[in-house]
Design a protein around this ligand. Structure first.
Ligand SMILES: Nc1ncnc2c1ncn2[C@@H]1O[C@H](COP(=O)(O)OP(=O)(O)O)[C@@H](O)[C@H]1O
Ligand SMILES: [Mg+2]
Length: 309
């Protein structure tokens, strides 16, 4: 995503203009310095100054976060940490392969991912030793550490935006899908629909012809940047339990401004991850109404920070 197509620079500039805050962008608008009544605030990427540094580091580390949440009895998807073998100095000489294989045997199906990744990049399913080996080799070739989690049947994944003790927005991430017409193959239906940046499942049978009206899910991932779409949750029966759960999870790690990704499973709600950066690009770009909503949230986060600074 280039600085030309990103929503955040425009959102921040509008917020600052409306509140008499001076703003200066650096590094192609990936860093902003803002000055308000003698106080300074910085935004880098999607990270705002509201959170403390240790909390941000814990959230950006999927394994550290799951350890902290589990210790505090917050239901979450357990993530086990592995470091690349050339970091032997930190991990001893015994190696980790046996432990990785044991996780696969225990769970039957696992998800291997870069421990500090985002956007669904380098996230793989594995249900055989060969798939596990391929995923681990790939992830270690591009990053220093990885996380292995049990594969969980995700009924729904929600993003809850927590801002200063309130949940300001909840949206469901709808996995990318096409609807059959009984004639065209999945590949043809995908080609005819405009997806932002689509990832299709390895091994998916795209020559399959879905029946008329049949929903065909194209990917198992819920990343908006990979073709999933946001659906705002307004129904209090769905929103209220999610908000209470997300606030409890955010409060446990002391997150003031963060995105809490919650999955609904047969065993109830669980935290999948918490992002200490609040990224609403796909959401804000989807409509003028969404844009206004994202702007109100970013604006309130910034003003709350200045009020405290
Ligand atoms: N343990 C898991 N079980 C089932 N699906 C998962 C699991 N972990 C991740 N996923 C799927 O992969 C997507 C990306 O994984 P996530 O952990 O959120 O990484 P990222 O930070 O790259 O978004 C999720 O939105 C979800 O759809
Ligand atoms: Mg995610």
């Amino acid at each position: 995503m280039s600085e030309k197509t990103r929503q955040l620079p425009r959102l921040l500039r509008e917020i600052c203009a409306e509140h008499g805050i001076s703003i200066h962008g650096f590094s192609g608008d990936w860093i902003f310095e803002m000055d308000h009544q003698g106080k300074k605030a910085f935004v880098i990427g999607y990270k705002f100054p509201n959170n403390d540094a240790a909390m941000e580091q814990i959230c950006d580390d999927k394994c550290a976060l799951s350890d902290v949440l589990a210790h505090n009895q917050i239901p979450c998807v357990p993530h086990t940490y592995f470091m690349r073998p050339d970091n032997q100095y930190y991990m001893g000489t015994g190696g980790d392969w046996e432990k990785m294989m044991e996780l696969l045997r225990r769970y039957g199906k696992v998800v291997c991912k870069s421990n500090s990744g985002s956007g669904g990049t380098n996230v793989f399913k594995a249900s055989t030793m060969r798939e596990l080996e391929a995923a681990v080799c790939h992830i270690f070739s591009v990053t220093q550490d990885l996380a292995i989690a049990p594969y969980v049947e995700v009924e729904n994944e929600y993003r809850c935006i927590v801002c200063e003790g309130q949940v300001r927005l909840i949206y469901r991430k709808l996995r990318p899908f096409v609807v059959g017409d009984g004639k065209r193959t999945a590949a043809e239906l995908i080609a005819a629909k405009t997806f932002a940046k689509l990832e299709t499942d390895d091994g998916a049978d795209l020559s399959y012809v879905p029946a008329d009206g049949e929903k065909f899910e194209v990917s198992w991932k819920h990343n908006i940047g990979r073709g999933a779409s946001p659906e705002i949750i307004e129904d209090p029966a769905v929103a209220e339990p999610l908000a209470a759960f997300a606030l409890k999870a955010a409060g446990t790690v002391g997150a003031r401004f963060a995105s809490v990704d919650v999955i609904q499973t047969a065993e109830g709600l669980k935290v999948l991850e918490i992002n200490s950066g609040v990224m609403m690009e796909g959401f804000a770009a989807a409509s003028a109404e969404n844009y206004a909503r994202a702007k109100a949230i970013y604006g309130d986060a910034l003003l709350a920070y200045f009020a405290r600074a």
